[in-house]
Design a protein around this ligand. Sequence first.
Ligand SMILES: [Zn+2]
Length: 91
Amino acid sequence: MRTIDVDKLVKELDNYKTGNVQYFSFTTLQWLIDNMATVDISVIKHGKWVYDEEDEKFRCSECKHSASTDGDYRQVCTPYCQECGAKMDLK
Ligand SMILES: [Zn+2]
């Protein structure tokens, strides 16, 4: 089994989008997936969202990056940090 970083794949796809590509073939998508770097899942970080009262944002306990929210700053919408990949499963 190969594990890849889907966020990086989405960024790659966004690059194609901003390049205004009209036609995107299955072969190109297959090539992108095949050439993505493999992620070592044995080194997954664990963290928790910590509320930063000064900025009124939740931040990752591992890298201090602010959490993505769904409009409301109290509603963190991902179970992992988009910046460092830490899984938010610490209490
Ligand atoms: Zn983080």
